[in-house]
Design a binder for this molecule. Structure first.
Ligand code: NAI
Length: 715
């Protein structure tokens, strides 16, 4: 057991090195090992002080989230086993110095705060990010943090979950010294000084000077709650963490800790916590591709080219150079190229203005984008990403050109949002090198990239593109090549139902409000106005031949396009926009909708938000079930990740498929079946949804089954 924490001696200072690679998570056994070594050090008369440090690249990065998942699922009761150990550290007669490098987050920071002193390297990061997982610090973090940094900073750190660097930590009083040189040497020197100064050494739990009173902190707590409601809409944990911090002020340490324990147990029992933990693991699961082993060769991507300097081409170029990959940016038209480059420059200037980027860095990045009209240098790049207009004819003209100029191993990617990758690949002599990389707008900001696997895409090319998304600090989800891929395909029924709802009597503002209040980042009509109404309309034109005659289709969109109400860009769409681009409900559009409904003989009625949510979200879930069945997504959790990282789906609901599990697949199915009989064939239940409902299973259980089969196959 004790090899999870190694003990050594440095001239009278005992060093306990946590040894649980890769990130020294506080897994079972680690606290016990640290405690055992601490006891050994205390009993050793030759030892005058103790340093606790992380082995490898970090201090204790955080709790073991697998363990947390079990606790949230109710599988294991969660005794407060850390508490006694933290007490033992604090009560040690010899000074205990926590030496922090890498990250000390969550449980890692809670442990560090029990030491008498803390030192850290300049780039070390510390924080209490528990709210991101729907919980609060559960090992007395809410009680010790305000004692070290004061209540306002503790509220800010716990509600935002943001990590801070050593300089800020020093200013706040979270650490006692920044060590510029080698950490262990600096920490041992600090330990000697502390031992020489003599005891008693400060116990954090007894440091009440910074706490103040409930009265003196009333405004801080009120502002914190306000911040929580605004930045973490509908979420419970950020409010709960303020309750716990309030307890730190109002109650003695022991009782405050008890209160913290009650609150975290309550958090763990909530759907929000389970959903956020699911989201965490779902995002990590995307990298597992059953037929592409981890050791698949990836091609080095040192230099890239982007074709098309429009909205997407510019954003993709920024994403690349932000990660250090220089770009040749080609457009067919000088004016478009100039415009594209000007937009990129403006984006960087805005970042400089906001203090997010230095002027020098902005210039460096601009210099890494080489604008051009021809193919010069294309034979030197490792990947070409095409982002020209969405037209198959145009893409079919460009890919043979790319095939001609690119070097043999170059990856040829298309950013198409709807077109068939195989058809594009077939125009080249190397379909194995062709793949879809579907970025989301704005591409320099949005994290999602759908990596679209063509039938010929080679494993190396897929692995290379998945690795690229990581380099870009994005989330790549591998999807199949079919109309709309995963994300947009589920958007179609969602959008369709929203439009039906307004035809039947709701207003766009009412639909948007219901969706926003439910947790979506934006209402669907506001999204449509932002993206441009013509975009969706054009896609619909291209695929009109797939619409079955006699099956209901939305009617208003066409009229908006005819009236040149294309959304924000024309000042009006589903809403009207004032000079500040603020959406205002427009009686004109409401009249247009009413007229359209009347002409089509659609009866109008009152529609409540419950129906709005069910029709919009369940139609999306039903389509998700089809996507899974067709194998276009590898896992239900991949679909969730697509929606969480690309479509503003609320993380605390876990994604559409997880949400279906939370509601109960059977319940969702029953409602879909009811809508089927009420509204017709567009609501036909997906066979997979029907099967899971009949068998009493969940989408998550389906994922788990697949994982089991895959690992059985691998052995
Ligand atoms: P855009 O209209 O802003 O830009 C297209 C650019 O391609 C223009 O600058 C145009 O001059 C250039 N171009 C046209 N023909 C060319 C040629 N032969 N060689 C070089 N450049 C040429 O279009 P946007 O919105 O950037 O879309 C590009 C692609 O990305 C499309 O396939 C679209 O479906 C896809 N996409 C768009 C998203 C969006 O939100 N706008 C989201 C995801 C994908």
């Amino acid at each position: 057991m004790t090899d999870l924490a190694l003990l050594s001696q440095h001239d009278g200072v005992a060093v306990i090195m946590v040894n649980n690679p890769p990130v020294n998570a506080l897994s079972p056994g680690v606290p016990e090992a640290i405690r055992a070594q601490l006891e050994a050090a205390e009993n050793d008369p030759a030892v005058s002080a103790v340093v606790v440090i992380g082995g490898g690249r970090t201090f204790i990065a955080g709790a073991d989230i697998k363990e947390l998942e079990e606790a949230a699922s109710g599988a294991t009761p969660r005794p407060p086993k850390l508490h006694a150990m933290l007490r033992a550290i604090e009560d040690s007669a010899k000074p205990v110095i926590m030496a922090i490098h890498g990250t000390a987050l969550g449980g890692g920071l809670e442990l560090a705060m029990a030491g008498h002193y803390r030192v850290a390297t300049p780039d070390a990061q510390m924080g209490q990010p528990e709210v991101n997982l729907g919980i609060i610090p559960g090992a007395e973090g809410t009680q010790r943090l305000p004692r070290l940094v004061g209540v306002p900073a503790a509220v800010d750190l716990c509600v935002s979950g943001r990590p801070i660097k050593a300089s800020e930590a020093l200013e706040l009083g979270l650490i006692d010294r920044v060590i510029e040189g080698e950490l262990l040497t600096g920490a041992v020197a600090f330990a000697r000084e502390a031992a020489a100064k003599g005891g008693p050494h400060p116990k954090t739990r007894e440091r009440n000077q910074k706490l103040g009173t409930l009265e003196s902190n009333a405004a801080v707590f009120a502002a914190g709650r306000e911040q929580a409601r605004k930045t973490r809409r509908n979420q419970n944990a950020p409010l709960a963490v303020i309750d716990a911090l309030e307890a730190a002020v109002a109650l003695p340490f022991e009782q405050g800790s008890q209160k913290e324990r009650d609150i975290i147990i309550e958090c763990l029992s909530r759907d929000q916590c389970r959903a956020l933990i699911h989201a965490f693991f779902a995002e990590r699961a995307v990298a597992k591709i059953p037929d592409i082993p981890k050791d698949t060769r990836t091609l080095p991507l040192r230099k890239a080219a982007v074709v098309g300097a429009g909205t997407m081409g510019g954003g993709i170029s920024m994403a690349l150079v932000n990660s250090g990959i220089p770009v040749l940016l080609k457009d067919a038209d000088q004016a478009a190229l100039d415009r594209g480059l000007a937009t990129v420059r403006k984006n960087y200037e805005n970042s400089v203005k906001r203090g997010r980027l230095s002027q020098e860095a902005a210039e460096q990045r601009m210099a890494m984008i080489h604008p051009q009209l021809g193919f010069d240098g294309f034979d030197t790049v490792d990947i070409i990403i095409e982002a020209v207009f969405e037209s198959m004819a145009l893409k079919k003209q460009i890919f043979p050109e790319l095939d001609r100029v690119a070097k043999p191993e170059c990856v040829l990617a298309s950013n198409t949002s709807t077109l068939d990758i195989d058809e594009i690949a077939a125009t080249t002599s190397r379909p194995q090198s062709v793949i879809g990389l579907h970025f989301f707008s704005p591409a320099n900001v949005m994290r999602l990239v759908e990596v679209v696997r063509g039938k010929a895409s080679s494993k190396e090319v897929i692995a290379t593109c998945m690795a690229l998304t990581k380099t870009l600090r994005k989330v790549g989800v591998l999807v199949g090549n079919a109309f709309g891929f995963v994300g947009n395909r589920m958007m179609f029924p969602y959008m369709r139902e929203a439009q039906f709802l307004v035809e039947e009597g709701a207003t766009p503002a009412q639909v948007d409000k219901a969706l926003y209040d439910w947790g979506m980042a934006m209402g669907i009509f506001a999204v449509d106005d932002m993206a441009g109404i013509d975009v969706g309309w054009r896609v619909r034109q291209e695929f009109k031949h797939l619409e079955k005659p006699g099956v209901r289709q939305p009617l208003v969109l066409e009229k908006l396009v005819a009236a040149n109400r294309l959304g924000q860009k024309t000042g009006a769409g589903w809403y009207r926009y004032d000079e500040n681009r603020k959406a205002v409900p427009d009686p004109e559009i409401e009249a247009l909708i009413e007229r359209t409904a009347r002409e089509a003989g659609i009866p109008r009625r009152q529609i409540d938000s419950g129906e709005i949510i069910e029709r919009c979200i369940y139609s999306m879930i039903n389509e998700g079930a089809r996507i899974l069945e067709e194998g276009l997504a590898m896992r239900a959790s991949d679909i969730d990740t697509v929606y969480l990282t690309g479509y503003g789906f609320p993380a605390y609901r876990g994604g559409p498929m997880w949400y279906a599990d939370t509601i109960g697949v059977k319940k969702v199915y029953d409602r879909v079946a009811e809508f089927h009989s009420r509204f017709g064939e567009l609501w036909e239940p997906a066979p997979l949804l029907a099967r899971l409902a009949a068998e009493g299973k969940t989408f998550a259980s389906l994922d788990a089954e697949k994982t089991r089969e895959e690992s059985a196959g691998a052995h």
